[in-house]
Write a protein that binds this ligand. Structure first.
Ligand SMILES: CC(C)(COP(=O)(O)OP(=O)(O)OC[C@H]1O[C@@H](n2cnc3c(N)ncnc32)[C@H](O)[C@@H]1OP(=O)(O)O)[C@@H](O)C(=O)NCCC(=O)NCCS
Length: 161
């Protein structure tokens, strides 16, 4: 797969069924890396997913090839837990059939570019489970620095301006 074939697009509330499908895949196939639970998420109704995707403080992205959605990721802006100058990258998942081909990196770079558009955002953070060596390698390769730990997660940060 050539990286030019990977398309990164924002998710709209009307895409809720596609989002639900890949999010449930993520929770089912990589339960150890997320705090949400598949058994709870599979019960949520359409209104839940539409509300989630309508929240102005969160931006969701799909990665796709042709018409197949193969990855997903989110930026949390102004989430109430971080300082207002800090955005958080989260919810990253790539379908196992399409891994090691630069999809996660494309999603990460698109999200960093988006964060840079917000003048008040100075830092981008991500929280990665201590044992998630692949994600740790990914964010290190994007020059995120380990600034500490929180429970079972490493806190990575990158200054963007
Ligand atoms: C982590 C994950 C998103 C990576 O997706 P991916 O599309 O395969 O990653 P990429 O191909 O873009 O790789 C980007 C970088 O990650 C690292 N990486 C990816 N796969 C790796 C592997 N198997 N071993 C070591 N490093 C790896 C490398 O640094 C790679 O850069 P390089 O190819 O220039 O060396 C994917 O494995 C996944 O969905 N895992 C389950 C969910 C998860 O862990 N999410 C992240 C935390 S929320």
């Amino acid at each position: 797969m050539h990286s030019k074939e990977i398309k990164i697009t924002k998710v709209n509330p009307s895409d809720w069924e596609s989002y639900k499908k890949i999010r449930l895949d993520a929770l089912k196939n990589a339960p150890e890396v997320y705090s949400s639970k598949y058994s709870e998420a599979e019960l949520y109704d359409q209104q839940y997913w539409r509300t989630l995707l309508s929240d102005i403080n969160n931006i969701y992205y799909f990665a796709s090839i042709k018409d197949e959605i193969i990855g997903v990721a989110r930026i949390a802006l102004n989430d109430g837990k971080e300082a207002r100058d800090t955005a958080v990258l989260c919810g990253l998942y790539v379908n196992s059939k399409y891994r090691k081909q630069g999809v996660a990196k494309s999603l990460a770079l698109t999200r960093l570019d988006e964060c840079f558009k917000y003048k008040e955002i100075l830092k981008v953070r991500t929280y990665i489970k201590i044992h998630n060596h692949i994600a740790i390698t990914l964010y290190r390769s994007l020059e995120f620095n380990q600034i500490g730990t929180k429970e079972d997660e490493i806190v990575f940060e990158k200054l963007i301006r």
